[in-house]
Ligand binder design. Structure first.
Ligand code: ZN
Length: 306
């Protein structure tokens, strides 16, 4: 073995993980560390963020509404039948499988996975809705690769039904669904994608239509709100304060506008009296030269010259 070959082999098995930013040692012949190799195995990419249940359900609820509103639709019925026959055929095949299939037998693993969904009571409608929801999600925010998309579909389908107690003890099954061979999971997802593909455009249009109606209703409600803002609010009733309060709160009347004659004498004494009508206040100014200026004003501070 040449030195360069040996070095390359050693680098292959002892170098750091090939994911940028990760310096953990590689796992056996993988180019990734233990953690990233497992992540790539489960989700189809070492760094992808798996599709969360919340994200999936936000799409799935719209699909389920459309499916429920179209119970007798011929294309949907045909798709349900195709899924049911897929499950039934797998159950027949699974009965012939006696031991846990190896990684080189994806067909047998797929048969067992489908049998498990069937035995768990997964309905064709539920499986179709899950697959369609992920396909719609993919159109809105595309998965990084097709492998990531297929892993997401297979993992979501599997989580639809947990392993029942009778299957849990069955040595033919992997404890965790996504511990199954990746090739088998991709195969399983592709069966469902092929069936759902025939009705996906129909579902997509119905979901979009329903969302458009909802958007219109939201707009109409907002429009109503906006119109409400155009109408002025009525003023609340205001009580007239008592005379005593009026006098105490009253600000002194503004000084009379300066006369043209700037040497006009300044006020030396001011007396205020409330007039008998209870509204008007009389102000008397006794000027230095003995002249008296009388003004009245009302609580609104509008001065009236006399
Ligand atoms: Zn790593």
């Amino acid at each position: 073995m040449s030195r360069s070959m040996a070095t390359r082999l050693r680098n292959m098995t002892t170098g750091p993980c090939s994911l940028p930013g990760c310096y953990l040692p590689r796992r056996r012949v993988s180019t990734y560390c233990e953690k990233h190799a497992t992540h790539a195995w489960r989700y189809g990419d070492p760094s992808v963020i798996p599709l969360s249940r919340a994200e999936l359900s936000s799409f799935k609820k719209h699909v389920v509404k459309v499916l429920k509103a179209n119970g007798g639709h011929s294309a949907l019925t045909a798709a349900y039948q195709a899924i049911q026959s897929l499950l039934d055929r797998a159950t027949e095949a699974a009965e012939l499988i006696k031991s846990r299939p190896g990684k080189g037998q994806p067909a047998a693993i797929v048969a067992l996975m489908l049998h498990r969904l069937n035995a768990g009571g997964a309905s064709p409608m539920e499986l179709l809705a899950t697959t369609a929801a992920i396909c719609l999600y993919d159109q809105w925010r595309p998965f990084r690769t097709n492998l990531v998309r297929m892993c997401a579909i297979a993992n979501a389908l599997a989580s639809a039904k947990q392993l029942g107690p009778e299957l849990r003890k069955d040595p033919r099954y992997a404890f965790r669904f996504n511990n199954n061979s990746q090739a088998a999971r991709v195969q399983l997802a592709s069966y469902f994608v092929n069936i759902v593909g025939s009705v996906l455009p129909l579902i997509e249009r119905a979901v979009e239509g329903a969302l458009a109606v909802r958007e219109k209703r939201t707009e109409a409600a907002l429009e109503k709100l906006w119109q409400g803002q155009q109408e002025e609010l009525k003023l609340p009733q205001v009580k007239r304060p008592s005379d005593k309060k009026l006098l105490s709160q009253m600000s002194p009347p503004a000084a009379p506008a300066p006369a043209e004659n700037s040497s006009a004498p300044t006020a030396s004494r001011i007396t205020r009296t409330l007039m008998p009508d209870g509204k008007t206040v009389k102000v008397e100014r006794l000027l230095a030269d003995g002249q008296t200026i009388m003004t009245t004003y009302e609580p609104s501070n509008q001065r009236k010259a006399q």
